[in-house]
Structure formats: structure tokens, C-alpha cells
Design a protein. Structure first.
Ligand SMILES: *[C@@H]1O[C@H](CO)[C@@H](O)[C@H](O)[C@H]1NC(C)=O
Ligand SMILES: *[C@@H]1O[C@H](CO)[C@@H](O)[C@H](O)[C@H]1NC(C)=O
Length: 395
């Protein structure tokens, strides 16, 4: 591309991204404009401040002092005969604050397609990951796939992740507060315009812990989403405790990379050996080793505050009638013990058990894929399935 063609491209990209208007509730700061991994989307990136309050749980836990007490906590969480989450539940606790979050709003880079957007997808990443899960590399980007299919996406780092604020990991970064923050953002996104034209639909899209949060949002605010896409989650939890052990959690601040130096030791991450990441997340040999290494090297944190409180905010949604899609990696260890067809299709089991009244149910077991379906060779099979599901429901 010549210099003038490049400058024209940049100018049109900025015009597309700047055509996105949010109402004045959130003022985006540190704003930049850029492309998604394969350039299919123009993205406005920056930080917003959200005021939120929630009834969290007073957790009777402290951040670990070092590795030995954290390792014992992982044993306690996997001990038979006790319900650790119930044991450390100290009752309700009110929290509130103003939190700064990293966000990305992406629209089709093709200006004609950008003006036709009707549906925005609200993306929510999983634990020990961040917003990069959804736009990881060319060929491994749901943001690209969605933009190419005519959708806008909103992608962010949840509180306590990546470039967002990192408050108290035990008492503040919990599911109930994450739900209130997300709800506030969705209210603003519902009023967003692109080139003067309003968004008509918002679809909730989650992966793993982000799917649990999406389910929590629907439970309290069913009108937030016109349709739902759950990935990396099931009702089969037998593998979760074992996977949690395989994480070999360490206080992130002690990670030899130094990337998390200074963080409260309640921020945890996988151990610094690649197999701690491979066992729960990847299925060999169905991934590109360079993708694996990039993700391992950029892995993020998780906190007990979230892990121990999701259960208290998720439940079946027998009155939700909107379209619901479920996508699992066929060999997901965490939610299927490496066989999502056992004893029957776990995607179907999930959607039937949690959304019996949904007027349109979709399911897909993505072949040759572990938990991180967006980072296996077959990523685009899952992306295409979900986007096709939305189209078939006129979204
Ligand atoms: C959030 O709270 C702060 C401090 O209480 C206040 O100054 C600000 O206007 C609030 N922002 C919004 C968007 O409500
Ligand atoms: C997964 O489980 C199903 C149902 O029991 C079984 O038929 C199938 O052979 C299993 N697949 C693998 C790869 O083990």
C-alpha cells in the first residue's frame, strides 16, 4: 500500500470509529483508534469510569502470604465433604465505588457496512485471560469474524483484569459487582449510535467465567440482551475442581516474569510452566504452538472473589424466551472432562436445563478443541456457527 493510500485508509478508519457516539454518561479517556487483528474492524479503544454498587459477599478469606498457604487453599477448595464456598461465606456485604475499565468498541472497517450495523455483541472473557481472548491474532479473532459479518462488538477487561482497575481481590472483585458494572455499560451501549444510526439489538456473548457472568446478568436484567451466546461453560462441573488444581495457582505478584509485580497477592495466575496452561485450556496437537506461547506469555489473573461467588448469582432462566446458542470445544477438560459428548451432548444439556423457554436454541461442539475454542485451529468453525445462528434469528 502506498503512503497516500495508507493515509486515506487511516482517515476513513478514524471517521468510522469516530462515528460511534456514546451518550455522555461515560467519557472515554486515553482514546486511540486502530484495527482489529486482521483489519476487519475499526476499533475505538480507551478507558471509561463506571460508578457501581452491589451486594457482594463478605468472604472469610485473606490474600495468601505466599505459596504454601495458597496451595493449601487450593486443597481446601477441592476437599471432599466440605463446601468451601459456603464455609467462607460471611453474609452479604455492600460495596460501591468508581472503577476505571479498559474498553474497545469495534465496528466493521468497511464504512458502508458500519452504517448498516443493527446488532452489537457484548463480549465477556474468562478467568486468567482478558479482552485479547476475543481478538487474539489474525485468524483467531471473533472481533474480526463478527465485523466481517456486519456486527459491532464491545470488548473489555472486567474489573480486576488486564488494563482495568485492580481493587481488593477478595471483597470487591466479585460476581455481583461485575454484574452491576456490566449492566451500567449495557444501558449506555443500548443508546449508542454509529454514524447517527442507533443500535437495535445487544447480544450477550461469554466465554467460561464470562459466560457465568452473562448468565448472572440475564438473571437480574433479562431485558439487557436480545440473544445469548455461551461458550466454554456447561452444567457438568466434575472437571472444574481437577482443572483448578491443574492451574497450579501462584500469587501473580510472584510470577518470575515480573508482569504483576506489586499486585495484591490475592491476584492469582497459573504457574510458570506451560503444562499448567495446556492441561485445562488446550488440546494437543490441535493448536499453533506460537499462538499457545503468546497466550501463555500474556496470561492474566483470576481472584477468589470471583471464583467463590459466581454460584450465588447464577440460576436457570425458565422465563427467558430469546435465542440462546451454546458452543463448547469437543475436548474441553474443565467443563466436559475432555469429552463433551459424555454422557450426552453437554451443549444441548446446558441450553435445555437453563433456558427451557428459549424460542430458538443452537448448539455446536467445536471439533478438535479444548476449553479455549478461539485459540485452536478450528476457531473459525465456532465463530461461523454463532454468527450464522444470529443471522438465522434475524439479528
Ligand atoms: C460517579 O461518582 C462520582 C463521585 O461520586 C461523581 O462525581 C460522578 O459524576 C459519577 N459519575 C457518573 C457517571 O454517575
Ligand atoms: C465420548 O463419550 C461418548 C458417550 O459416552 C462416547 O460414545 C464416545 O466414544 C466418547 N468419545 C471419546 C473420544 O472418547
Amino acid at each position: 500500500m502506498g503512503v497516500s493510500a495508507f493515509l486515506m485508509r487511516v482517515a476513513s478508519l478514524i471517521a468510522v470509529a469516530q462515528g460511534v457516539q456514546l451518550d455522555t454518561t461515560f467519557v472515554m479517556s486515553q482514546t486511540t483508534v486502530g484495527l482489529s487483528a486482521a483489519g476487519k474492524a475499526a476499533c475505538l479503544r480507551g478507558k471509561i469510569k463506571v460508578n457501581a454498587s452491589a451486594t457482594n459477599t463478605k468472604l472469610l478469606v485473606k490474600s495468601p502470604v505466599g505459596q504454601p498457604d495458597l496451595t493449601q487453599t487450593t486443597v481446601d477448595m477441592a476437599t471432599v465433604g466440605i463446601d468451601y464456598a459456603a464455609m467462607v461465606n460471611g453474609g452479604p456485604s455492600q460495596v460501591s465505588g468508581t472503577y476505571q475499565l479498559y474498553v474497545e468498541l469495534c465496528v466493521p472497517a468497511d464504512p458502508v457496512a458500519a452504517l448498516k450495523v443493527q446488532t452489537l455483541q457484548f463480549l465477556n472473557h474468562g478467568g486468567t485471560l482478558d479482552h485479547t481472548y476475543w481478538d487474539f491474532a489474525p485468524g483467531y479473532s471473533y472481533v474480526d469474524a463478527a465485523a466481517a459479518a456486519g456486527y459491532a462488538t464491545f470488548n473489555y477487561d472486567r474489573l480486576g483484569y488486564g488494563l482495568s482497575d485492580h481493587p481488593d481481590p477478595n471483597q470487591v472483585v466479585q460476581a455481583a459487582l461485575q454484574r452491576e458494572i456490566a449492566h451500567q455499560i449495557i444501558q449506555v451501549l443500548r443508546k449508542a449510535t454509529i454514524g447517527g444510526i442507533g443500535i437495535k439489538n445487544v447480544v450477550g456473548v461469554g466465554h467460561s467465567a464470562g459466560s457465568a457472568l452473562t448468565l448472572a446478568i440475564v438473571g437480574k436484567y433479562p431485558a439487557d440482551f436480545d440473544a445469548l451466546i455461551f461458550t466454554g461453560i456447561s452444567t457438568s462441573i466434575e472437571g472444574v475442581a481437577r482443572a483448578q488444581i491443574s492451574f497450579n495457582l501462584i500469587p501473580a505478584a510472584l510470577d518470575p516474569s515480573g508482569r504483576f509485580a506489586g499486585l495484591d497477592k490475592g491476584y492469582l495466575t497459573q504457574g510458570a510452566v506451560p503444562q499448567d496452561f495446556q492441561f485445562p485450556f488446550y488440546r494437543y496437537p490441535d493448536f499453533d504452538p506460537t499462538i499457545f506461547k503468546k497466550q501463555f506469555d500474556t496470561r492474566q489473573t483470576t481472584v477468589l472473589g470471583e471464583l467463590l461467588t459466581f454460584n450465588s448469582v447464577i440460576a436457570p432462566q425458565p422465563t427467558y424466551t430469546g435465542p440462546v446458542d451454546v458452543v463448547l470445544g469437543q475436548q474441553d477438560y474443565i467443563f466436559c472432562q475432555a469429552n463433551c459428548s459424555y454422557p450426552t451432548d453437554q451443549a444441548q444439556t446446558f441450553v435445555n436445563a437453563l433456558f427451557p423457554a428459549s424460542k430458538s436454541k443452537g448448539t455446536f461442539l467445536q471439533p478438535k478443541s479444548g476449553h479455549l475454542i478461539a485459540q485452536h485451529y478450528n476457531a473459525n468453525a465456532g465463530f461461523s456457527h454463532s454468527l450464522q445462528f444470529l443471522k438465522s434469528n434475524s439479528l
